[in-house]
Design a protein around this ligand. Sequence first.
Ligand code: ADP
Ligand code: MG
Length: 693
Amino acid sequence: MRPNILYPLFASIESLKGIGTKYSKLINRLCGEKIIDILFHLPINIVDRTYNVPLINAKDGRIWTGVVTITEHVPPQTKKHPYRVYCTDGTAELVLVFFKVYADSIEKNYPLGGKRAISGKLEYFNGMWQMSHPDYSVSAEMLPQIMRLEPVYPLTAGVTNKMVCRLVENGLKNVPSLPEWLSSDSLGDLEYIDFKSALNRVHHPKNPADLLPSSTARRRLAYDEILSNQLALALIRQKVREKNGRTFIGTGKLYKKAIESLPFKLTSAQEEALAEIAKDQNSPHKMLRLLQGDVGSGKTVVAFLSMLKVIEEGAQAALMAPTEILAKQHYETISSLSKNLGITVGLLTGKLKAKEKREIYEKLQSGEINILIGTHALFTEGVTFKDLGYAVIDEQHRFGVNQRLSLSSKGTMSDVLVMTATPIPRSLLLTAYGDMDYTKIGELPAGRKPCVTAVMNVKKMPEIIAALQRKLAEGGRAYWVCPLVEESEKSDLAAATERSEMLKQYFGDVVGLVHGKMKEAEKDAVMEQFKKGEKKLLVATTVIEVGVNVPEATVMIIEHAERFGLSQLHQLRGRIKRGYEVGTCVLLYSYPISSIARERLNIMKQTEDGFYIAEKDLELRGGGEILGTRQSGFTQFKLADMSVHQDLLIKARDDVHNILKQDQSLTTPRGQALKVLLYLFEQNEAVKTYLAG
Ligand code: ADP
Ligand code: MG
């Protein structure tokens, strides 16, 4: 149960004064639905509305705020003309200019003979002060409320800054004084400011430095958020450790046979990974382990081999993939790897007919199926295993921490292994997977082909198309990646649809198109055609990022590469490194290109080391620098910025370690306050599952 003290923060934004239902939808889209969401929506700039000299002394171009008396209304003679309202501050005359407005609203807002407090940009025009469409017009007594350093918020179409400011101000009135969850010794150099004051401070910046992530108030809030994250993960970890798992020793029979029939020798990194996993399996504790390895490092084989121990003891294993096509691919790989082992592998996807599904269910319940592979349907539908001992999740960033938690908290004693192909910087690893043990496969199988990466101006497109024509004529296959399919962005983004039409003029029917707005089934169908070679040039948005294995595809062209994040580029490029020959990756850019974007492209050209790229990525990633990326999707921080607050992360981790050492179930006064913190940052899953029960 959420503590009562937090209720005012979790009321809906709609309940605030100053917002109608008409706008609440827009606001919800901008930041969320609850009051706390708008309070966590932080300003990015300041407008100075404190300039208030007598108009006669004012400077052209400044934003002026002051009280004026309305002296005359001059409605427009024709529609083209503006509506003019004359007024004065007693020292000079000022004309307010309005285009396309209703006379009613002007008359109401600027009553003749009345006094109004206004704010807007002054312009000296035809020997007179002019202000067109003042930003504010309020009653004269309200002058102090608008004459201030006004925070500027990130906005969305249809939402004005004024509206956000008003909501924030009203929202701030709802902030209760909360019990302090930081202790002075845990603060260290973190200067002391309580949560409520910090929140007030960030929304009332007094100077540009207050907007920086390094400001005291922002650091305090960032620390609170990070602390809640680390505490939640630690609680989960603590609970998982307590829970009994099972011990799988195995007979080694299947394992031995499988190793003997592998068409290659395991890399030592793979062997080490298997040994670490085996240690978990041998111990009575539940395994919760992350298997990290670059694309093509051979994680699937490791996952498969580690399943055999479980099967040898008569239990079942499951592998969950993020998409149908990946599930199918895993199914094919694992079926072929287990060909001579006499075990049964099943595939369960949404595509199956009811009858086929029933058949799988039966075989699963009877224990005939040893390994079941599928999408998340595996765990949500009424699928019952005879005895599930081991679940492998191929995460590829599609599943969030919560989904993983809900799976591992299902009360089963099964071991869980999460595979991820995205190299994750250490700090992010702590925030996203702090509940897990890690194993890293830091080595690719020998004989892997390198990939040549070129960075080129988009103007070279004709040459690239000519080279592609030769490549496809030789039987090659290629990806062509476009950043977005977004109607509104069409003017400057090479929309994938348009690009595919253009490429069809050169290549004809062999051009296929996949994009994020397609249905899963349609997407899979096109991917299938590409795999089979019916399509040879696959135009795609980033949907192909997820591990599709087409060894014939060795060329990738990425348009507007300057708009992608590093780890995304790396993921994309990984697609062509599983090929029969050396891959070619062409990163096309167009102007304008920021220096950071240019550096990203250079890094891509210089290295293929995913872990290095991941660290650089975090380093370079500035707020709002990267467009259209999902890559930061796994750190759902609103207040903390992992590229600058890494020190807080380490601090929070240690803090949590000490807290739990002294107060394992959070019962001391500080522990109680920390529970409030968990609810405040909606670490509900952690609290529900791991504190209550
Ligand atoms: P990942 O899942 O890490 O992206 P996979 O397990 O799909 O990688 O492996 C990629 C390819 O490399 C597969 O075709 C697999 O058969 C092959 N492979 C895996 N391990 C080795 C190895 N030790 N030596 C050679 N090839 C390997
Ligand atoms: Mg794989």
